[in-house]
Design a binder for this molecule. Structure first.
Ligand SMILES: Cc1cc2nc3c(=O)[nH]c(=O)nc-3n(C[C@H](O)[C@H](O)[C@H](O)COP(=O)(O)OP(=O)(O)OC[C@H]3O[C@@H](n4cnc5c(N)ncnc54)[C@H](O)[C@@H]3O)c2cc1C
Length: 105
């Protein structure tokens, strides 16, 4: 399908999975408006389509744990935005003990 694309943009994001959409969302939140997101097939049709939708809060590093905490808060906040109402369910998952090599985190 031929699509008319702008010849210039402030930001061009390649890939419309959760990461590309998140980058576009956050740039927009920062006030950017001249953004092009290129997706070769269909939004979220890649690995994102397969995801179970879990946002595990305990990750293998402090940075990833903080990112997961931010994400959970972001999704809860999206519930307040009428146009974007994700279905969120809080669950208490079981985590097996981490490998000893990860304890220092
Ligand atoms: C079975 C399964 C279950 C999972 N469950 C979870 C879960 O519960 N929780 C969790 O946090 N993570 C889960 N994951 C991991 C999660 O799905 C991925 O980490 C995440 O979706 C990756 O997102 P992405 O945007 O990087 O990649 P993708 O979703 O793959 O997006 C990349 C996009 O780029 C497009 N693209 C590629 N090349 C080009 C190009 N040249 N031009 C234009 N577009 C292009 C593709 O078509 C695709 O849409 C799961 C993964 C799998 C496989």
């Amino acid at each position: 399908m031929a699509v008319d694309l702008p010849t210039r943009a402030r930001a061009v994001i390649v890939g419309g999975g959760v990461i590309g959409c998140s980058v576009a969302y956050h740039l927009t939140k920062m006030g950017w408006s001249d953004i092009v997101l290129l997706e070769r097939k269909q939004l979220t049709s890649g690995t994102t389509w397969h995801a179970a939708g879990l946002v595990g809060q305990l990750r293998q590093s402090i940075n990833m744990t903080q990112l997961a905490r931010y994400t959970a808060g972001l999704y809860r906040g999206l519930e307040a935005e009428p146009a974007k109402r994700p279905a969120i369910a809080n669950a208490a998952p079981y985590h097996s003990p981490p490998h000893p090599a990860a304890w220092r985190n």
